[in-house]
Write a protein that binds this ligand. Structure first.
Ligand code: HEM
Length: 369
């Protein structure tokens, strides 16, 4: 069991923790809130009413212009456009790119390795930058920049985190301004070209959504791979394809998201007032014993497995098919190539509450097949 989530559950699915502030840990409650149009995400209007100076931070400002931080009608317009260019067909064409990048990463392994820096970071960065049309030689800088940037997707951050996120956002914004200009001169078969075409997004929205795709597209997938490797090693399981859903459920790369209530609602026996803020604990919902049999057991072929790790409703993760495909290809390939793979030390968690993953995964690879 996850002690904090188990303790929280004793108070029921919805717990008031401060005036107008709730933790939601029950599966049905989290799922219902995510699907309820009256529950909105923190958009510009909301940020303005809470903080005077949030715009001083470029990272917050860029995310605020993205679909993740928008509500209808802006969200509907941006989401429709992005979904129209980020299609199943396009994800399907990435299979060969993923297979090639996995093979390349595995070919480079020998003896001992840190699988975070040799596989779990480079693969999603390689895939999302290929999708966005970022030249291969520019990819090296994205791990550092995205790591700095995602600190402001946490519940709390330090002034130092905020300063680093700001600097990273200034650098990335500059990079994307140049990339968009270049794609407008020389269009390519990539998402940046497709999103920039037609002028349906404002300049700020275009930058915000490109940034979102880059950041959402890799640190989360990196953590799905890393969390998966550790779980499979711990449980001695050879990975079937379905194990990806169970990895997502058991050790969710995104642990929480937030909503605010535009209307009063009743959830179970808790009355939520208009304007309340709700912290939706996706990771806790995924371990809810009311929804999942043997919820605290890792069961790779669990039937009827629908975790909330990609969210639900209007903001359901746009990249879910891509993230799944990367893990479905990379994990079996790794364990096939190195059947004697073992951890050489205890891996260390990244000090984050929301984006959950490992800092390093030191392994010995054994004799390759
Ligand atoms: C939204 C998780 C990979 C792009 C979301 C949300 C979650 C999530 C929980 C909803 C947030 C909310 O409702 O507040 C994950 C996880 C991933 C992953 C766990 C990997 C294991 C990706 C990838 C991409 C991506 C690979 C893009 C290539 C997006 C976008 C949104 C989103 C654009 C916003 C959708 C909207 O606001 O309508 N993701 N994600 N994600 N994700 Fe992912």
């Amino acid at each position: 069991p996850v002690p904090a989530y188990a303790a929280l559950r004793k108070y029921g699915p919805v717990l008031p923790v401060a005036d107008g502030y709730y933790f939601v840990s029950g599966y049905a409650a989290v799922d219902g809130i995510l699907r309820d149009a009256a529950m909105e995400t923190y958009d510009i209007k909301r940020l303005d009413s809470r903080w005077d100076d949030w715009r001083d931070n470029k990272a917050l400002e860029l995310f605020a212009d993205s679909m993740l931080r928008s509500n209808p009608p802006d969200h509907t317009r941006m989401r429709r456009l992005a979904a129209g260019v980020f299609t199943a067909r396009r994800v399907g064409t990435l299979r060969a790119v993923i297979e090639e990048q996995v093979a390349e990463a595995l070919d480079g392994l020998d003896g001992t390795a840190d699988l975070m820096s040799e596989l779990c970071y480079p693969l999603p960065i390689g895939v999302i930058t290929a999708l966005l049309g970022v030249p291969a030689e520019d990819r090296g800088q994205f791990r550092r920049l995205a790591e700095a940037l995602t600190a402001v997707l946490e519940v709390r951050w330090t002034p130092e985190d905020e300063a680093k996120a700001h600097e990273a956002a200034v650098e990335l914004e500059d990079y994307f301004i140049h990339l968009v200009a270049q794609k407008q001169r020389e269009p390519g078969d990539d998402l940046t070209t497709a999103l920039a075409k037609g002028g349906e997004l404002s300049g700020r929205e275009l930058l915000g959504n490109l940034m979102l795709l880059l950041v959402a597209g890799f640190e989360t997938t990196t953590n799905l791979l890393g969390n998966g490797i550790v779980l499979l090693l711990d449980h001695g399981a050879t990975p079937p394809q379905s194990c990806v859903e169970e990895i997502l459920r058991f050790d969710s790369p995104v642990q929480l998201t937030e909503r605010y209530a535009t209307h009063a609602v009743q959830i179970g026996n808790v009355q939520i007032e208009e304007g309340a803020e709700l912290v939706l604990l996706l990771g806790a919902a995924n371990r809810d014993p009311e929804r999942f049999e043997k919820a605290d057991e890792f069961w790779p072929e669990r039937p009827n497995n629908t975790p909330l790790s990609f969210g639900a409703g209007a903001h359901y993760c746009l990249g879910a098919p891509l993230a799944r495909l990367e893990a479905q290809i990379a994990l079996p390939a790794l364990f096939r190539r190195f059947p004697e793979l073992r951890l050489t030390g205890k891996p260390v968690r990244r000090p984050r509450m929301n984006l959950r993953g490992w800092d390093a995964l030191p392994v010995t690879l054994g004799t390759p097949e």
